[in-house]
Design a protein. Structure first.
Length: 80
């Protein structure tokens, strides 16, 4: 299970890639809630801090990637 969780830690946040493509390729963020994705960003930050405090590498990896993906989406919602 420890090996599989790292695959999940990386693959899980990658589900945001279609949203990023929609925003930046179409240059259109209609239908994408900046408020919702900002809340996801805040939540991922707290999970990252929790993971660091408890030295849980899968939580750290997952939330670093989530923060990156979510920050890109939030940025896109504000510029488009």
């Amino acid at each position: 299970m420890d090996s599989i969780i790292y695959i999940v830690a990386v693959a899980g946040p990658l589900i945001a890639i279609p949203q990023i493509f929609k925003i930046f390729i179409d240059k259109n963020a209609s239908g994408v809630s900046g408020i919702t994705w900002s809340a996801f960003l805040i939540g991922a930050f707290f999970w990252l801090v929790y993971g660091i405090m408890h030295k849980e590498k899968p939580i750290i990896v997952t939330n670093l990637i989530w923060i990156l993906m979510t920050a890109i989406i939030v940025f896109g919602t504000f510029i488009y």
